[in-house]
Design a protein around this ligand. Structure first.
Ligand SMILES: C[S@@+](CC[C@H](N)C(=O)[O-])C[C@H]1O[C@@H](n2cnc3c(N)ncnc32)[C@H](O)[C@@H]1O
Length: 231
């Protein structure tokens, strides 16, 4: 399981170059994955959405752009430099209607049942205790219509697997080192993806935490998946 302190300081180190690295390492496809997540949230017309592990806020900005103006959008992350990055973008985009703040998934500064949707994009894999994280997410979801949307790396389809892991282990760390100057952070990324469960495993984790009607939507030949679960 990832160590929370190490994860926090790793994201603090790469915060200022995080967006650039994302675009280059995924060849820009990461935008399409986040757009799919936002489309699924939008279809449920939530009144309040919390984007956890929001990082530099890409999902929160996309939600703000697509959801009704009276929908509350909150973005929380436990890494201060990441939230500073999100707030800098908020000024640049002149988009004040997102509540960015510091928040640890294991102890959220939010009331029970306050959200109709919780999104977490490429953050679930980094949690020290995923079960505890899911219980805390369940707590803040509305028991009537609340849903969690987890966008995360997954295990690719068998034939694609060798090519994917070759890119991930041999090519990506080298490019990432050039962009961010931080080889260790991207070696961590590869290890954490390889040891992360596939769609059946994440579905079981959601069920164990009390979520129902779980959908697992594969993307990018299975290397990414969107899980949706009802509280
Ligand atoms: C890979 S980034 C994802 C950022 C953003 N959601 C995106 O899609 O680009 C993972 C984020 O999870 C955050 N994170 C990890 N553990 C966390 C925790 N326990 N509570 C809140 N944020 C956490 C990190 O600080 C980091 O910003």
């Amino acid at each position: 399981m990832p160590d929370a302190q190490k994860v926090n300081s790793m994201f603090a180190r790469i915060a200022s170059r995080y967006d650039l690295a994302n675009r280059m390492l995924s060849f820009g496809i990461d935008r399409m994955w986040r757009d799919r997540l936002v489309d699924e949230v939008e279809a449920r017309k939530p009144r309040a959405v919390v984007d956890l592990a929001t990082g530099s806020g890409d999902v929160a900005f996309a939600l703000r752009q697509d959801l009704a103006r009276d929908t509350r959008v909150v973005g929380l992350d436990f890494c201060a430099p990441m939230i500073e990055e999100a707030k800098r973008k908020q000024l640049r985009f002149n988009e004040p209607a997102i509540e960015f703040g510091i928040g640890d998934i294991f102890d959220l500064p939010l009331e029970d049942g306050c959200a109709n949707a919780v999104t977490i994009s490429f953050g679930y894999r980094n949690l020290q205790d995923r079960h505890q994280g899911l219980l805390e997410i369940h707590r803040i979801l509305d028991s009537e219509d609340g849903r969690v949307f987890i966008l995360e790396f997954s295990q690719p389809y068998t034939l694609y697997r060798p090519f994917y892991y070759f890119y991930l282990k041999r090519v990506l760390p080298l490019i990432a080192r050039i962009i961010t100057g931080d080889l260790e952070a991207y070696q961590y990324l590869c290890g954490s993806i390889e040891s992360f469960p596939g769609r059946e495993g994440v579905t079981a984790e959601l069920e164990n935490a009390g979520f129902k009607n779980i959908q697992a939507i594969p993307m990018a030949l299975g290397s990414v998946a969107l899980h949706i679960g009802q509280a």
